[in-house]
Design a protein around this ligand. Sequence first.
Ligand SMILES: *Cc1c(COP(=O)(O)O)cnc(C)c1O
Length: 347
Amino acid sequence: MSTATLTIDLTALADNWRALDRLSDSETGAVVKADGYGLGVAQVGTALAEAGARQFFVAQAEEGLALRRALGHGPVINVFSGHMAGDAELIRSAELTPMINSTEQLLRQVETLPGHLFGIQLDSGMNRLGMELAEWAALRDIALAQQPSLVMSHLACADEPDHPMNAAQLSAFREMTQGIEAPRSLAATGGILLGSDYHFDVTRPGVGLYGGLPFADARPVVTLDLPVIQTREVAPGETVGYGNSWTAAASTTVATVSGGYADGLLRAMGNATDRAGLYHDGQRLPILGRVSMDLITVDVTQLSEVPDRLQLLGTTQTVDDLADWAGTIGYEVLTGLGTRYERHYRR
Ligand SMILES: *Cc1c(COP(=O)(O)O)cnc(C)c1O
C-alpha cells in the first residue's frame, strides 16, 4: 500500500489544552473550525471535551452540526460567522450559538429564533468580523437586554507580543464592553500568551492545541510517515524530477516516497538541500528536485538500509518547520493536509 500515514496524538492534543488552560484563570474554550484544523473535528472535539473543554468554536453552522453529532447535548458550540440567512433551523436543531456580527444578523436572530442563545462579536480594529463602535453603540442596549451568552472580539497581531495593535485593541474592547454583565472573550492562542490583561472570561485557543506556534511549548500532535515506493542509484550528471531541477554531483541513492502537493505537501518546501528534509532515526535526508503531485524524491545515500517509511512531520520537523521552508504558516500546513492519508488516532 502506498498510502501515507497521518498519526494524530490525541493525548498530546489534550495536554496542550490543559497547558493553555493553566496559563489563565479564565474558562478555556477550544477552536475546532476547518474540521479541527484539518485533523478531524469528531475525534479532536471528543478528546477536548474529555479533557474538560465546554465551549467550542467553529467558523460555520455546518461545522457546528458535525461537532454536535460527535459531542451530543451539553457543550456550547459557538459559530463565528453568526446567523446567516437560511441557517435558523440548523442553529436551532443543532443547538448552536451564533456570534452575531451585525444589526442584520441580530434582527434575523430575534425574528427567527426568539429566546435562542446567541453571542455578540465586536470589531475592535481588525476590520474582519463583528460590529464596529458606532453600530454597537446604537444596538448595545437592545442586544444586552436579550442577555447574550458571550461578547467577543479577535486580535489581529497577537502573535507579535510587542505590536502596538494589541494594546489598542485591548483598550477598544474594554471601552466597548464596559459595565456589561455578559462573559467576555478576546484571546486566541496568541492572546493567552500576552498575559492576564487579555484573558477576560473565556479564552479561544486553536492552533496551540494542535501543536503550532505561537504556543512554543506545545507538544507536537501530528506525525506523517511516507512509504518508500522505489530506490535507485543516480550517477554523477544525472537529474531527478520535473524540470531537471536537481543534478547529481556524485553517485546518489534516491528514494521515491508516496506523498505530494495533492496531499498538502507544498511544492515550495522542496527543491533545495537546505530546505525541508525527510527523517529516519533522527537523520535528515534532503528532498531532491521538485515535489510532484503524488511523489517526493529523497537523498538516502547516507542510510545503510532504506526503511519502509520516511518521516516528514513529527517531533524533529514540525508543522511550523515545514511552513517556514514553504514560506507560509503552520495553520496553512495543518489545514491543507489532504484526504488521502490513512489517519490513526493515538491516545
Ligand atoms: C481561528 C480563530 C481563533 C483561534 O485562533 P488561533 O490563533 O488558532 O488560536 C480564535 N478566535 C477567532 C475569532 C478565530 O477566527
